[in-house]
Design a protein around this ligand. Sequence first.
Ligand SMILES: [Zn+2]
Ligand SMILES: [Zn+2]
Length: 378
Amino acid sequence: MHSWRCYFSRLMRLSVRWVRLCPRQRQGRRPGPLRQLLSYGKVIFNSLYFNVLTNWDTVLDSIFEPVYWLVDNLTRWFGVVFVCLVIVLTTSVVLIVYLCVLPRIVRTYPTHWILWHLCYGHWNLVNIVFHYYKAITTSPGRSPQEKADIPTVTICKKCIVPKPARTHHCSICNTCVLKMDHHCPWLNNCVGHFNHRYFFSFCLYMTMGCIYCSISAKDMFIEAYYAIEYWAGTHSKNCHLLFSFMLLHKSYYQTPPPNFTSEEKMFHKSLLYLWVLTSSVAVALGSLTIWHAVLITRGETSVERHINRKERKRLKQIGKVFRNPYHHGRINNWKMLFGVEKTSQWITQVLLPSSHPPHGDGLTWGCPPYRQDAMDTI
Ligand SMILES: [Zn+2]
Ligand SMILES: [Zn+2]
């Protein structure tokens, strides 16, 4: 090792002496292979640690890069699982409604109520399926790679492409997304400019569908719950309560409960599953839908919510008021999202499945033509 170092340092001294002694000979010539190798090695070594933009954030980002990579890949993989889960759970609920709930409604309800259940239920189901399919298959909108005349705000450090206003980089999709709201694992897709409407409509119709199922199957769920308690033999302590309840629900228990068949037990379990699942989803997804409705009303995306909150705080400290440049008035924000201009379009394009695009191209964010009360409220 020692001799190698001596040899190397001697070689270096010789090469430096040669460089000093032969300036004329070097003129017009390319540097020698050793010199090239040295300068190349120096550049590589410097590139490992030297960067004018290096700060602690960059260093921490580099340290945690493997963790980010793992989380992004897991989220991408779980996205496929989540989409399958949504399809399987929704299908199971629809089957239970068709096999257990609707036959009871048809048998026991008056005609006008039967018609209402059939019309509303199917309208809601069609909207859920359509908006979910469109939300997962529609591209949220990517930052253009070629067009150079777009108004850009900054350059994406990862894609090395110009980023228009409201565009953000999604590390899971590994691309810049126009008017990015968030990456939704339940869609395995980003929610951006071109599928924001589908995402919101899906959330809304799914919540409405779950509320509808919970309310329609409430009585059947209570009966099924107590029936399960009975045949599971867990009723001993609550025997009086159970039988008094059964007497209250005469429509189902005219006489003391019989020994249930396996088909009836399956029926009860299915109703229990239906009600617990739809009620839980109604609460969780309903809260999310309300939150997104608030953001849309304010003209903000989920990403902008955090940015605007910081900016509002910063400007307040220096005595200025923050104004969101993408807030065009409450009603206009909704019109822009749903891409409607006339009142009749609320029925044909929002209440019924429609594939029309939202307002604008997602690159520029000027005032919409129907904007009347611009910047009236923040
Ligand atoms: Zn990017
Ligand atoms: Zn994404």
